[in-house]
Design a protein around this ligand. Structure first.
Ligand code: MTE
Ligand code: MO
Length: 379
């Protein structure tokens, strides 16, 4: 039983499956800017490797097949350490909300709002390590002979030999000094624990968390995306008219892998007014690609009228905005009239003026990925 040696977990998490462990943070505990480690959601496709099974070094495979290996100690002494505040969100977060849309249920773990969390991750820039290993990362790099594609189309693969999970990101993300891609060993100032991929994990800010490979052992550059099932046959969205049974292999091949994620927000905690005061509505807002949240609109009448929430101040670290923004709005009790549309609704706007779709009915996809329609909670 490969699940015999799973780490202990906080019982306040909501367990969607036990083996493998898939557990989310209850919304009303997502109130800290940095998510406490014991409450940070866990998303495992397979088992958690035992300490002696997880790699203590990273092997970089060069284009000619030669390999260069760095131990954790090598990384710590050879390269500059960076700490970046990163929100990791599973592509399936809020899937259960999409499953209530007109087209019907979606397949996968039926997460509520809590397959998301934020931490300070410390480590070295992947870019610096690739450069040291002999890759051209600055400017005009010649396209490798064996690729018929441009540099823009190359990919960096991350592999965990311990649980066999592997995915890839575009090379341009990996080598961009503004993208802050890390080989990380610390999470909120502590060595990354077993559940979250220690001793070494990839952190790809602003990109769906599926690309932040835990128990990382190998990195290589390739002309093609990773050939793993997690890259090729999952984490892709199709149109709302497409049922899973209709999708052929070539449709999967042609569909785009999710990398940067769309703007998202959720209501996590509502504190009811006592007596004649206010009801406090709290939540998070987050956008991929380093885009800041510039506004959060909240309605108490199902989306007919709106007010703006107060965005919390925080101390996010990083070259761009990789962290969520927490928000609060206090609603006077006399404005909360029970009725047909007595519903809190939230939607956020990012710095590219992207906003969230109104409904899941027309953004539905059968895997329930990137579920980011307005969130509604009955009052
Ligand atoms: N890395 C490995 N090796 N194995 C996994 O199952 N799951 C991925 C990613 N990295 C996974 C992995 C997915 S889908 C998500 S959402 C995040 O890890 C979850 O990270 P967390 O468990 O630290 O919250
Ligand atoms: Mo995920």
């Amino acid at each position: 039983d490969p699940f015999k040696y799973e780490p202990e977990r906080d019982p306040s998490l909501i367990f969607r499956t036990e083996k493998p462990c898939n557990a989310e943070t209850p919304g009303d505990l997502l109130t800290d800017f940095l998510t406490p480690l014991k409450l940070f959601f866990v998303r495992n496709h397979l088992w958690v490797p035992q300490t002696h099974e997880s790699p203590k070094s990273i092997t970089i495979e060069l284009s000619d097949g030669e390999e260069k290996t760095y131990t954790l100690e090598d990384l710590k002494v050879k390269f500059k350490e960076h700490t970046i505040t990163v929100t990791l969100q599973c592509s399936g977060n809020r899937r259960s909300h999409m499953s209530k849309a007109v087209p019907g249920p979606t397949s996968g773990l039926q997460w509520d709002v809590g397959a998301i969390g934020t931490a300070d991750f410390s480590g070295v820039r992947l870019r610096d390590v690739l450069k040291d290993a002999g890759y051209c990362v600055d400017g005009d790099c010649p396209a490798p002979k064996q690729c018929d594609s441009q540099e823009a189309d190359q990919h960096v693969h991350f592999t965990s030999p311990a649980d066999t999970y592997a995915v890839s990101i575009p090379l341009q993300t990996a080598i961009n000094p503004q993208a802050d891609v890390l080989l990380a060993w610390d999470m909120n100032g502590e060595p990354i624990n077993r559940d979250h991929g220690g001793p070494l994990r990839a952190i790809v800010p602003g990109v769906t968390a599926a690309r932040s490979v835990k128990w990382l052992g190998k990195v290589n550059i390739s002309c093609d995306e990773s050939q793993s099932q997690w890259q090729k046959r999952d984490y892709k969205c199709f149109g709302p008219n497409i049922k899973q049974s209709q999708v052929r292999g070539e449709d999967w091949d042609e569909a785009e892998s999710i990398q940067e994620t769309p703007v998202q927000s959720a209501i996590t905690k509502i504190v009811k007014a006592e007596g004649n005061s206010q009801t406090s509505v709290n939540g998070f807002a987050f956008s991929g690609g380093g885009r800041r949240i510039v506004r959060v609109d909240v309605s108490a009448d199902g989306g007919k009228t709106w007010k703006q929430a107060d965005l919390h101040n925080d101390k996010a670290k990083g070259t761009r905005r990789w962290a969520w923004t927490l928000w609060t709005i206090d609603w006077p009790i006399e404005e909360l009239k029970p009725g047909q549309k007595a519903e809190f609704v939230v939607k956020a706007v990012d710095d590219a003026y992207n906003t969230q779709p109104q409904s899941f009915d027309d953004t539905w996809n059968f895997r329930g990925l990137c579920a980011n329609a307005w969130m509604r909670v009955a009052i």
